[in-house]
Ligand binder design. Structure first.
Ligand SMILES: [Zn+2]
Length: 510
């Protein structure tokens, strides 16, 4: 294992393939899944009654749970026999269900213990504690995982599956269509997954790729290394991405829009929630009234975060970037105004966190490493000379700093352009500067910047003395629509349904 460990990295992907089957088989797949969930729910209960099982490794826990439930010659009288609930469960079906239950139980109990800790801390500080504890899954709707033994004879175009038909176990052959499995991968256990009326085969695969190497090494040893820097916003342009090389050449820019559409969608739903609350009386913050509306908002945000992060990574890959860089999100500034407005800003901020998390994971799967830099003044500084920029809107006087406006000018080096693009370039150069040798940082950075200027505008600079001064920047980045706040992870829930959102939100402008 050590042999390839140093230069190879791994990523897990899911290959989704449509199944072609006789119409009556759909009912069998459904019966098979219902049985799988019945068995998984049974094991969740067994684990709940024997919480100590969770201290064991998955393998040991599996053995312990089988001892508690499975009747054999050696184990003739288990404490909670599975056979009392269902009979004739194939061993591999049972084991897949046990592992599904273990996964859910581990997640639930770790949420529960976090909740207990936080409650204890809050009460110790004399604070009020109103957050409800996490709830165990009420209904089970997991896809059945097919361990070896539950399937055979898999080819590029067909597979033979052992399924519960509702009355017996039966082997059936189904045709597979869609994307084929790549050759050079390690395949995990497939699962039978329903989406709408269609059944799919989902197969996790582990892909090996050349390790992209540490950021420091990439930046310090290769001036051609390409960096994709991303400025995330709360306005129409949700993300502005730029590609630059370590030596400073700017190669491409893209604007990923859609901010107004998602904001309008959210605002509309938040307004409905506010009206419902006025009708029914105010309910404490954090309570899940209007559950359907909340779910819609959550799904909408998640959907957009997936689309935006996918586009960021596609853009980075298309331009050969091997590093993706964002700024740290900082804290959400409390905002005044109506409930729907405050709620909207908070969720837009959370969505930025999701975009970062999704992009990080998607980038890794494509061999790109993600980093973050200090957000201080990224929208106020000039990417070329670090001077303070003037920010304004079309038709406005070119002076002062109006937060959130689209145009910028650097009075020091005459750089003119789009404010968000400038911020994105600042983010990228900040990462490069982190690894610049301290003794050489200034001359290097200056040379790099001067070169960049000539390339893009043809204006030669002779103000080195001026630029030696460090700009005295004291204003924090604020009020430019980039409010800051808590991480989104805190409000993720178990078993969040897949996103569904009206198609108008898919509209993006390049
Ligand atoms: Zn400048």
């Amino acid at each position: 294992m050590r042999r390839s460990g140093a230069s190879m990295a791994k990523a897990t992907l899911t290959i989704k393939q449509v199944l072609n089957y006789q119409t009556n088989h759909a009912a069998w797949f459904a019966a098979n899944q219902a049985l799988f969930n019945q068995v998984a729910a049974f094991y969740f209960e067994v684990i709940a009654a024997h919480e100590k099982v969770l201290d064991l490794s998955n393998k040991e826990a599996l053995t312990a749970l089988e001892m508690l439930t499975h009747t054999t010659k050696k184990n003739p009288a288990p404490v909670i026999p599975l056979a009392d609930i269902v009979k004739d469960i194939p061993a591999m079906f049972r084991r897949a269900a046990i592992n599904a239950a273990l996964g859910s139980a581990r997640s639930f109990y770790s949420h529960l213990s976090q909740w207990r800790k936080r409650k204890e801390m809050a009460l110790a500080k004399g604070k009020k504690w109103t957050l409800r504890p996490p709830t165990p899954p009420r209904s089970w709707n997991k896809s059945a995982t097919l361990y070896a033994g539950q399937w055979k004879e898999r080819t590029g175009s067909s597979i033979v599956l052992k399924v519960w038909t509702g009355t017996c176990w039966s082997w059936i052959k189904v045709r597979i269509t869609g994307r084929e499995l790549p050759d050079d991968v390690e395949m995990g256990s497939p699962s039978l997954t329903q989406r709408g009326n269609q059944w799919w085969l989902h197969t996790p695969i582990e892909k090996q790729f050349a390790n992209p190497g540490k950021i420091e090494k990439q930046v310090t040893t290769n001036a051609e290394t390409r960096i994709c820097a991303v400025d995330l916003n709360l306005n129409e342009q949700l993300a502005v991405c730029t590609i630059q090389t370590v030596e400073g050449t700017i190669l491409a820019t893209t604007f990923i829009g859609g901010g107004r559409a998602i904001s309008g969608f959210r605002k509309h739903l938040l307004g409905r929630i506010a009206r419902n609350r006025r009708k029914t009386g105010m309910i404490a913050e954090g309570e899940q009234d209007n559950a359907d509306l909340w779910r819609k908002i959550n799904n909408g945000d998640e959907h957009i975060a997936h689309l935006v992060s996918a586009r960021i990574v596609r853009f980075a890959k298309m331009h050969g970037a091997s590093i993706l860089v964002f700024e740290h999100l900082g804290n959400l500034q409390p905002e005044k105004g109506k409930y729907s407005r405050r709620g909207n800003t908070k969720r837009a901020f959370w969505m930025k966190g999701r975009i970062f998390n999704f992009a990080k994971y998607k980038a890794w799967n494509r061999g790109i490493i993600t980093s973050r830099v200090n957000p201080r003044n990224t929208s106020r500084e000039c990417y070329r000379c670090h001077g303070l920029i003037v920010r304004y809107a079309e038709g406005q006087p070119v002076s002062g700093y109006t937060p959130g406006t689209p145009l910028c000018l650097c009075p020091e080096c005459q750089m003119r352009g789009n404010s968000d693009r400038n911020a994105s370039l600042v983010i990228g150069s900040r990462l490069i500067e982190r690894y610049a040798e301290p003794s050489k940082e200034k001359p290097h950075a200056l040379a790099r910047r001067a070169e960049g200027v000539e390339k893009s505008t043809g204006v030669a600079l002779s103000q080195d003395a001026k630029r030696e001064e460090k700009p005295s920047i004291s204003q924090a980045r604020q009020g430019d629509g980039n409010a800051h706040g808590t991480a989104p992870g805190a409000r993720r829930r178990m078993g969040t349904p897949p996103p569904s959102i009206p198609t108008q939100l898919r509209l993006f402008t390049e």
